[in-house]
Design a protein around this ligand. Structure first.
Ligand code: SF4
Length: 217
């Protein structure tokens, strides 16, 4: 085995263990070694009818899932492309449509070794939709987001994912200068809602596609 194959073997071992723990928590979880397989798995999990909500996710963007859905003719709730030029109130009302979508897509900021999901959200529409609303939740998560403990998962969400998201959308927050979180408590902060999802209720509502490659932040 070469180094790449050994790394792939180790990721697959970790994913198998993680899937068993996620299934005990009511999540449906699968492992896909490559981006191509991940994209196929995500699209295969979508219902054939009904509205699909695209929530903020660099992983889904990098997989090309959102680009495909935007040209598929499916009815979407897609705040990233549809709220430009709207007033804050109009954008808020548009985002609320995700709650009645048939399915939603996103990722997570971290997952711990016991299979819990961790997210930090600015507005809250992404995490609120994960918790309640759409009948089906599909999350694509690169194995780079696996953290050994809850503490490390929060550290990852706060110090890796959030500063990178701030940089991506060019926010005037201190993390953009240092690359780490300063718990800024500023009105411009995108870190307002910290959620842990321990279980899926109903069981099977939350579907996780784990990816054996680095994706997202
Ligand atoms: S500095 Fe503020 S905006 Fe940046 S990651 Fe920390 S809490 Fe979030």
């Amino acid at each position: 085995m070469n180094d790449k194959e050994i790394r792939a073997w180790q990721l697959e071992c970790q994913a198998k263990d993680l899937i068993k723990k996620m299934e005990k928590r009511g999540f449906n979880a699968v492992y896909t070694p490559t981006a191509e397989e991940a994209k196929t798995a995500v699209l295969g999990l979508l219902p054939t009818e009904g509205v699909i909500a695209l929530l903020g996710s660099q992983t889904m963007n990098q997989l090309g899932v959102y680009a495909d859905l935007r040209t598929s003719g499916r009815e979407l709730v897609d705040h990233a492309t549809q709220t430009k030029g709207l007033t804050p109130e109009e954008a808020h009302n548009y985002r609320r449509r995700a709650f009645t979508a048939e399915a939603m897509l996103a990722s997570a900021n971290a997952v711990d070794a016991d299979g819990r999901l961790y997210n930090i959200d600015g507005v809250g529409n992404r995490v609120a939709s994960m918790i309640y609303g759409p009948n089906k939740v599909v999350l694509a998560i690169g194995m780079n987001k696996l953290a050994p403990t809850p503490e490390e998962a929060w550290r990852r969400a706060r110090n890796t994912a959030s500063p990178m998201n701030n940089k991506r959308i060019d926010k005037p927050n201190p993390c953009v200068k240092s690359g780490r979180c300063h718990d800024c408590q500023l009105p411009s902060s995108i870190c307002n809602y910290f959620t842990t999802i321990d279980r899926s209720l109903p069981e099977g509502r939350i579907n996780v596609v784990l990816i054996g490659e680095e994706f997202g932040y």
